[in-house]
Design a protein around this ligand. Structure first.
Ligand code: IPE
Ligand code: IPE
Ligand code: MG
Length: 238
């Protein structure tokens, strides 16, 4: 089994990491933000083409406002801290999600990071912020409907590949490998459309403890999968 082209990760477990150490949840989020660089570097080095990281979900607005503020602030500081190193490593950054609720400053920093790295041809890094899989399908349907009303598209032509053109990850390969850290076995409204045939790897390591070795372990787990896409097991394919 070759390397996955696209790995998508739910970075979960910051809060539990902190509580186990008797620390406030904020300390877990800070430790988690620091780990992002190591995993991005490892993905780059191993030759993964696309890495998608789930940083903040549509549902994370349900957290206490102080935690939401801290997460937004941390996101902004992490972008500012990491962007030059990412750029030097030829990483191209993309943000996906509903940006309408972000502060102007955060939106500006996201756009600046995308612009600065737009010419890079190394790892494609997609950061999902205020992202929800259902939101994504709804926004795709709405934009496709707008194009139908405007006469640019014909409803009779709508098929899977046309709808896919309107989703946030249009133009990227579908994730081959999904990893969720932190032990929970659920998708939590991450990439619903795109994960249709991904290999799902749930690992118990809490995100702040997830490192290059854990990332390589998930690649090894992926190597052992037999991807069938509804067909026959590889042994029977001949
Ligand atoms: C993931 O860690 C970070 C975000 C969701 C933003 P959590 O904060 O969900 O940590 P746990 O799941 O409570 O341990
Ligand atoms: C998923 O984790 C979202 C991110 C890691 C960004 P959550 O911690 O929010 O998910 P639930 O609440 O356990 O489903
Ligand atoms: Mg969680």
């Amino acid at each position: 089994m070759p390397l996955p082209h696209h790995v998508a990760i739910i970075m979960d477990g910051n809060g539990r990491w902190a509580s186990r150490r008797g620390l406030p949840r904020a300390a877990g989020h800070r430790a988690g933000a620091k780990k992002v660089r190591e995993v991005i570097e490892c993905a780059s080095e191993t030759g993964v083409e696309v890495l998608t990281l789930f940083a903040f979900s549509s549902e994370n607005w349900n957290r206490p406002s102080a935690e939401v503020r801290l997460l937004m602030d941390l996101l902004r500081r992490t972008i500012r801290r990491e962007v030059n190193a990412l750029h030097a490593n030829k990483v191209r950054m993309h943000f996906v999600g509903d940006r309408s609720r972000f502060s102007a400053a955060l939106s500006r920093d996201m756009a600046a990071a995308e612009q600065q790295t737009a010419g890079n041809n190394g790892l494609k890094l997609i950061v999902a912020v205020d992202y929800g899989g259902r939101w994504d399908i709804v926004q795709a349907a709405r934009r496709l409907a707008d194009d139908c009303v405007a006469g640019r598209r014909n409803p009779a032509d709508i098929d899977e590949s046309m709808l896919a053109e309107y989703t946030s990850l249009a133009g990227f390969r579908q994730p081959d490998l999904f990893v969720r850290t932190g032990g929970e076995r659920r998708i939590s409204n991450f990439l619903l459309w795109d994960l249709a045939y991904s290999e799902l790897h749930f690992c118990d390591v809490l995100w702040p403890d997830f490192d290059a070795a854990s990332f390589r372990d998930s690649l090894t787990w992926y190597e052992q999968r037999d991807r069938r896409f509804g067909g026959l097991p590889s042994a029977a394919r001949g």
